[in-house]
Design a protein around this ligand. Structure first.
Ligand code: IPE
Ligand code: IPE
Ligand code: MG
Length: 253
């Protein structure tokens, strides 16, 4: 464990890391197995990556588990994923409680089968008091869905006289997203080699560092997570300023 941390500057960790956990299907296919086996084999990585993020002291971990677009997959695969989510939530609750980790679901829960929704609601309820890592599970989530919801809710508040149109600004909009109150991810990791965002956290990743790795999710280890953080720490984040300005600011601190 200590060795894994040795390449990381613990004083400059991201507060929020987002992950697109991709490649389960290809992992299985390469082994001549059905896609669902890949999903099953990806579960321990969810546990291990959450554990390492919590141990590092990262505050928020947002995991893309099932997108709005994933509802278009074959029914068998969707049913299996929902069952897997239920079973995993039940199994992980004691671990999360022991480790002070809070479960939070972002996504359109109204579309979930009742059993899946109930298990996620239970996970959120029983870990609500935990003050360590917040694990945001993006389930039935897409960024455009979330942005449209935020717009609708803002419009309702304006209609009801709770808000004036001139009150609408970037901070207010952020607060109406499912990640309201959380810092934007400094780092976004996508496994399995595809170079796209797939409708994930479009607003929140406006200035995130992007890290793509060819490793399939079921092969992604805590050491790979630490490597992503190490690479993140080599990036110069300029936020529109010049490199010289950033160096000067650093030398003044
Ligand atoms: C990611 O793996 C998990 C989900 C989208 C639920 P995929 O199932 O997308 O795996 P590939 O991309 O087909 O390999
Ligand atoms: C994105 O992966 C969603 C999740 C990882 C849950 P997909 O595999 O669904 O993305 P696309 O369709 O290849 O862009
Ligand atoms: Mg995929």
């Amino acid at each position: 464990m200590q060795e894994m941390f040795s390449n990381i500057d613990l004083s400059r960790l991201p507060k929020h890391v987002a992950v697109i956990m991709d490649g389960n299907g290809r992992w299985a296919k390469e082994r001549g197995e059905i896609r669902s086996l890949g999903h099953e084999r990806g579960i321990p990585m969810v546990h291990d990556v959450s554990d390492i993020a919590n141990k590092l002291g990262i505050k928020y971990l947002t995991l893309y588990a099932f997108s709005t677009e994933n509802w278009n997959r074959p029914k068998f695969e969707v049913d299996m994923l929902m069952a897997l989510i239920e079973a995993t939530v039940e199994r992980e609750i004691p671990f999360m409680l022991d480790n002070n980790m809070r479960m939070n679901v972002i996504g359109d829960m109204s579309r979930l089968p009742e059993r899946t929704r109930k298990s996620l609601e239970k996970g959120m309820r029983v870990t609500a008091h935990c003050t360590g890592l917040v694990v945001n599970l993006a389930i039935s989530y897409s960024s455009r869905w979330e942005i449209v919801e935020a717009c609708r809710n803002i419009a309702i508040e304006v209609r009801d006289g709770k808000l004036k149109p001139e009150d609408i600004n970037s901070d207010l909009f952020s607060a109406h997203l499912t990640t309201g109150g959380q810092p934007d991810p400094e780092l976004l990791i996508r496994t399995a080699g595809d170079l796209r965002i797939s409708n994930y956290l479009l607003w929140q990743i406006a200035y995130s560092e992007l890290y793509f790795t060819p490793t399939y999710w079921p092969d992604f280890t805590p050491a790979d997570f630490c490597e992503a953080i190490r690479v993140y720490q080599t990036r110069e984040r300029r936020f529109g300023k010049t490199g010289d300005q950033i160096k000067e600011e650093k030398s003044q601190n």
